[in-house]
Design a protein around this ligand. Structure first.
Ligand code: SF4
Ligand code: SF4
Length: 342
């Protein structure tokens, strides 16, 4: 698989790459990160943790230096965090005297501004119109919390703001009862909208904005967490149920419930840390055919596992599938190399 092949046959290249679970998972994670900014932090932490485990094992086995690149990347990200943290802290201090609360509305120029806050279940987005030093309208653009809270507490608070023409804490503190996060998000959304109308409102540096947007995103909200869970379930269904139909004739098309019934009856049980024959099934599914061939010499071919497996797997069957898949892979590689040199 080379760059020249990618240029010559991009679709074929992508199709072959997609046959690797890691590539599919990477594509899926990128898609989720683009669609759900608040999931970036979780995805990044998961990716770093996974790479750390995999590359640490590689380092122990082969002395590969990849783990040190990862440590360096984490170190640089951490330095970036401290730079952004102190930038945000100093800007927040400067903003204290500029916040558009109460009579400070006079700093806000006439116009319509959109602002965003974080409610109980997700983002709250509003459009605020200011005219002659007064807030004259507030329109809710995005809202994910309870409709009853929007119709009661939020609506009452909105009428209060419009009555005064400026942003002030609700006159009745009990208004917040049961709706604290929603009203806080609503207030923050209005405040961030008004801040956009102040010409010299202190802003975070470009570096901090890019850093937080890339590495942190927003705090994960409930909607994102629920969506991630659903998408993860869909991914697992694809990987473990549909894939066997979509990729017939490969090691990945073999299913396994990991019930370990086969391990219970196998006279070998475990070799070199691999449970027999369940571990062979897993290695074949992951495409590590060389390791399966290496371990195949330990299977005595008694066939006991075949009688126990609810799917019909057995050590000899999986070993044979791995040999066939390895041969097919080598044939494809040699054909690819032949085409490239032709
Ligand atoms: S056939 Fe091989 S893997 Fe299956 S029980 Fe016998 S020794 Fe174990
Ligand atoms: S008995 Fe079959 S399904 Fe259960 S772990 Fe072994 S190979 Fe997998």
């Amino acid at each position: 698989m080379t760059w020249s092949r990618l240029l010559r046959d991009p679709l074929g290249y992508i199709w072959v790459a997609f046959n690797t679970r890691g590539v599919r998972l990477l594509f899926y994670a990128l898609l989720v990160a683009i669609l759900f900014p608040s999931s970036r932090y979780i995805l990044m932490a998961t990716a770093v943790l996974t790479l750390a485990v995999v590359w640490f094992q590689e380092y122990r086995k082969t002395g590969s230096a990849k783990i040190f690149y990862l440590v360096t990347a984490i170190f640089l990200i951490k330095i970036g965090y401290f730079i952004s943290y102190y930038d945000v802290k100093s800007v927040e201090e400067l903003r204290i005297n500029k916040r558009p609360w109460g009579a400070a509305i006079s700093q806000v120029q006439d116009g319509k501004y959109i602002g965003e806050g974080q409610g109980y279940r997700g983002p709250v987005k509003v459009e605020v119109e200011v005219k002659k030093n007064r807030i004259i309208s507030i329109r809710t653009i995005e809202y994910s919390d309870l409709i009853s809270v929007l119709d009661n507490q939020v609506d009452a608070f909105k009428r209060e703001i419009l009555g005064k023409g400026m942003l002030e804490r609700p006159s009745q503190p009990e208004m917040y009862r049961g709706a604290t996060d929603t009203l806080t998000g609503y207030v923050n959304a209005i405040e961030s909208a008004l801040a956009k109308g102040i010409p010299d409102f202190p802003q975070y540096s470009l570096f901090s904005r890019i850093y937080f947007n890339t590495f942190i995103g927003q705090a994960p909200d409930r909607v994102t967490l629920n969506t991630l869970a659903i998408l993860f379930a869909a991914f697992m269904v694809f990987e473990y149920a549909l894939q066997s139909m979509l990729t017939p004739g490969t090691g990945r098309s073999i299913n396994c419930y990991n019930c370990a019934s086969c391990v219970g009856v196998c006279p070998v049980k475990e070799v070199e840390g691999v449970q027999m024959p369940m571990g062979l099934v897993l290695l074949t599914r992951l495409g590590d055919y060389d390791r399966v061939m290496e371990l195949s010499k330990y299977c005595v071919g008694c066939g006991r596992c075949a009688c126990k497996c609810p799917i019909g797997n057995s050590g000899p069957m999986v070993i044979s599938a791995a040999y066939q898949a390895a041969r097919k892979k080598k044939l494809q590689q040699s054909l690819g190399a032949g085409k490239e040199t032709a």
